[in-house]
Design a protein around this ligand. Structure first.
Ligand code: AMP
Ligand code: GLY
Length: 422
């Protein structure tokens, strides 16, 4: 089989490595991939949002199956375009990807179907938003409606900060069209859990839970990033909580999307907060998380391609999906300065024995050498019998990898370990 994977980060590398375990897979093309993915797939210089280029490549190369991994092409309708050409895909169509593409849409969906989430108001008018903020409870949370590279959420600790955030989005168009509409919502507290799920629109199969570490610095300090590391499973996510989430969040969401004529097929990511009033949805993503995928897929025992095809074909209910009873930890090695500006172009040295454990996010090949080319450079994953061992093993691997300007958090898994011991 010839498979195409759209995207070029650590998440895509993890998906590609897992897909390769299936003997029927002859070639995987990554569009655009990256210098590290090139070890495992044929990288083709077509951008992840170049829908014309992706579709033309898929047709010309007789692609049997396509996996569209990042949010932008999904929201733009990449799956719709490939399906028009008769190519089966993993990922939601545009009318379902809107669950991530518009926060106003997802908030209204949750309200309509009684799915627990933070109280909120939606604004398209700056003056109305500013008037609301005069009496809104503080802290408050300001969210750009559309995609904003994970940067469109501001937790405002003061009224002034909130007003400033709203002006930046609505007046100064900091996020372009994405911020023309804003959601202002209630500030919730509690541990966060990421739950990725497979769904064919009828059946929803949650994957092993995980915990992201979004801030750049140790102790959850510094700026928000795409994610500096993950562990799975998440110790806060007990069997009881999982059952509550299935009944109050996962199934109602799948049914709501179907009822709206927006059947969701693919990976639906539930960003949850375990509040004192029970689990609530912080966000939906229409795709695998990054770097959640780098801990979740290594624990998947079932064949990924088989599960993905069951999602596409609507046969997920009859397809076993099992996860190892083990723990995984992924430490992101980044370029110092990320998520702001950083130097790149430094050579990366990875001992051969570690290649299976490394997911390359931001690197390019130059004369056979792997050079840093992004903020997040590598995800280094370990799978062990206990969380403690997984964390220790991931860091032991990190210490054997070198590149100029490298930076990583030293406390990935620390909060999970403390919670597990409580
Ligand atoms: P998002 O980009 O939607 O994942 O939001 C980024 C982060 O902001 C989340 O991981 C939470 O830590 C935080 N956040 C988002 N919404 C809320 C909320 N209503 N209350 C408290 N924290 C929030
Ligand atoms: N790690 C968070 C995300 O993928 O959105």
């Amino acid at each position: 089989m010839k498979i195409l994977v759209v995207g070029g980060g650590g998440r895509e590398h993890a998906i590609i490595k897992k897909l390769k375990e299936n003997k029927a897979v002859e070639t995987i093309f990554a569009l655009p991939g990256n210098g590290g993915i090139a070890r495992d797939a044929v990288c083709v210089n077509v951008g992840a949002t170049d829908l014309d280029g992706i579709t033309a490549f898929a047709v010309e190369n007789n692609i049997d199956y396509a996996v569209v991994a990042p949010d932008d092409p999904l929201v733009l309708g990449c799956v719709d375009r490939l399906e028009e050409k008769g190519i089966p895909c993993f990922g939601p169509r545009a009318n379902a990807a809107i669950i991530e593409g518009s926060k106003a849409f997802s908030k209204d969906l949750m309200k309509k179907y009684g799915i627990p989430t933070a109280q909120y108001e939606i604004f398209t008018d700056l003056d109305a938003a500013l008037a609301y903020l005069k009496t809104a409870p503080i802290p408050t949370v300001i969210k750009a409606d559309g995609l904003a590279l994970g940067k469109g959420v501001i937790i405002a600790q003061t009224r002034e900060e909130a007003e400033q955030a709203v002006c930046e989005m609505m007046q100064n168009k900091k996020f372009g069209k994405s911020g023309e509409t804003v959601v202002i919502e209630e500030f919730l507290t509690g541990p966060e859990v990421s739950v990725l799920s497979f769904t064919d629109g009828e059946t929803v199969v949650p994957m092993v839970s995980s915990m992201d570490h979004k801030r750049a610095m140790d102790g959850d300090k510094g700026l928000n990033t795409g994610g500096m590391g993950t562990v799975a499973p998440n110790p806060y996510y007990t069997k009881e909580i999982a059952e509550t989430c299935m009944q109050t969040i996962f199934l109602p969401t799948i049914r709501a999307m179907k009822a709206e004529g927006r059947t969701f097929k693919g990976c639906l990511y539930f960003g949850l907060m375990l509040t004192p009033d029970g689990p609530k949805v912080i966000e939906y993503n229409c795709r695998f998380g990054d770097p959640e995928t780098q801990v979740v897929l290594p624990l998947l025992q079932s064949d990924l391609l088989t599960v993905m095809q069951a999602v596409t074909n609507g046969t997920l209910r009859d397809t076993p999906v099992t996860f190892a009873d083990a723990h995984a930890c992924c430490v992101i090695m980044a370029s110092s300065g990320y998520p702001l500006s950083y130097e790149k172009g430094y050579e990366i040295t990875i001992p051969e024995a570690l290649n299976d454990a490394v997911y390359v996010a931001g690197a390019k090949l130059a004369d056979g050498r792997l050079l840093t080319s992004g903020g997040r450079v590598l995800g280094v994953t370990a799978v062990e019998g206990s969380l403690k061992e997984a964390v220790a093993s991931a860091y032991a691997k990190v210490e054997q990898i070198t590149f100029g300007n490298a930076f990583y958090r030293r406390d990935i898994g620390a909060r999970a370990l403390a919670a597990a011991e409580e």
